[in-house]
Design a protein around this ligand. Structure first.
Ligand SMILES: Cc1ncc(COP(=O)(O)O)c(C=O)c1O
Length: 372
């Protein structure tokens, strides 16, 4: 297996730590250790008492139980914890996919959900979201993509980078299509809690016997550096994942799982204030785009904290993003990192003042930028 480099990570690796104004991220504003301890009521004594033994391959039983109760059908046997959801997604793909399989992927999309599939030797069949159609998932196109060779359908709703999501009716259509050919339905639910005008979707594992759902603390919980995620799916798939994990990370650190248990038990206290802040910021982004229709075209995101505006008259935004960073101190992501070169990914989950300043500078830079 040979993985291509991930342009998104290359870009962030270079600029993430030095950005003056960061309006690029796909998660909400991060919490500090002090805030985690205060919200969860975890005392220093509890942390001091932790012994750094090895952990459980599939996750600490109490943590698995909490995830099963909160997101799954209550059965901890269907839960495995992981070092971020990225690890869980790659383990599941490695365990299920074989060269020659066909896999339906959403484009534009996050590199792990697209390039990992092809690196495993599978044929990725793109289910394309069209900017001209407001990125609405074209459910009618699915039937033309699914066939007997389809091993899995991989989706991520609410979606990175577009912010588009689907409803439960659409989820049912996806399940029907997958079930017809016995395909797995892998649902990256990284942004599940981050919806604005509708309730969060149920986890796919509670709706389809071959549904596999992925969750993470990196987005709605504001804890990307904790590196904690999970997968909920059939126990036999998790067994396979565990055997692959035996060659890599073995298990999640007991320190992370101690903190994770507290966070899960106080999930609302982490997510709700950040969702409220993101809701305010989302209006600011919508107003910003509406004020400069000659420069940008935006599909207002209905979930997550990222938007994918098109910069009008800019065929490939890479050079513009470079200039924006170097001359104006503002970090956004070139759309080419997601397979949409005329766009940029904007993150609006962070500090409101920083967002306002970032958008002002973005307008200044865009106004001066020569366009076709
Ligand atoms: C859609 C999506 N899925 C998964 C991940 C991986 O997140 P983590 O491994 O931090 O849980 C990311 C990270 O940006 C993402 O955007």
């Amino acid at each position: 297996m040979r993985l291509p480099s991930a342009p998104l990570e290359d870009w962030l690796r270079d600029y993430y730590f030095t950005a003056e104004i960061d309006i690029s991220a796909s998660g909400v504003q991060s919490y500090s250790m002090g805030e985690v301890r205060a919200i969860t009521g975890t005392g220093h004594d509890e942390i001091d008492a932790l012994v750094f033994d090895d952990g459980y391959s599939l996750g600490t039983p109490a943590v698995r139980a909490e995830i099963a109760r909160r997101y799954g059908d209550g059965d901890p046997g269907k839960v495995m914890t992981s070092c971020g959801s990225g690890e869980a997604i790659s383990l599941v793909m490695m365990s299920l996919l074989r060269p020659g399989d066909e896999v339906i992927v959403v484009a534009p999309g996050y590199h792990l959900l697209v390039d990992y599939v092809t690196a495993l030797g599978c044929t990725a069949r793109e289910w394309r979201l069209d900017a001209a159609q407001g990125f609405r998932p074209p459910l009618d196109d699915l039937a033309g993509l699914v066939n007997e060779r389809t091993r899995a359908i991989v989706v991520n709703f609410p979606q990175n980078p577009t912010g588009v999501t689907v409803g439960e009716d659409d989820m049912r259509v996806l399940i029907e299509q997958a079930r017809q050919v016995g395909a797995y339905l892998l649902w990256d639910a990284a942004f599940a809690e981050l919806t604005y005008d509708r309730a969060p979707l149920p986890d796919i594992s509670t709706r389809y016997e071959r549904g596999i759902g992925f969750g993470t603390f990196s987005k709605a919980f504001g804890l990307p550096g904790l590196r904690f995620g999970w997968v909920i799916g059939p126990a036999e798939v998790l067994e396979d994942c565990m055997r692959i994990k035996d060659y890599t990370t073995l298990h999640v650190s007991p320190l992370i799982e101690l903190l994770a248990l507290g966070v899960l038990r106080h999930a609302g206290a982490f997510v709700e204030p950040r969702l409220k802040q993101a809701g305010v910021n989302r209006e600011i982004v919508k107003d910003w785009a509406a004020s400069i229709p000659e420069l940008v075209a935006l599909t207002p995101p209905d979930g997550g904290v990222s938007a994918f505006p098109r910069l009008l008259g800019v065929a490939d935004t890479g050079d513009f993003c470079e200039e924006l960073f170097q001359r104006h101190g503002v970090l956004v992501i070139p759309g080419s990192c997601f397979g949409g070169p005329g766009h940029i990914r904007l993150g609006f989950g962070g500090d409101t003042d920083e967002l306002v300043t970032g958008l002002e500078r973005l307008t200044t830079a865009l106004t001066a930028w020569p366009r076709a």
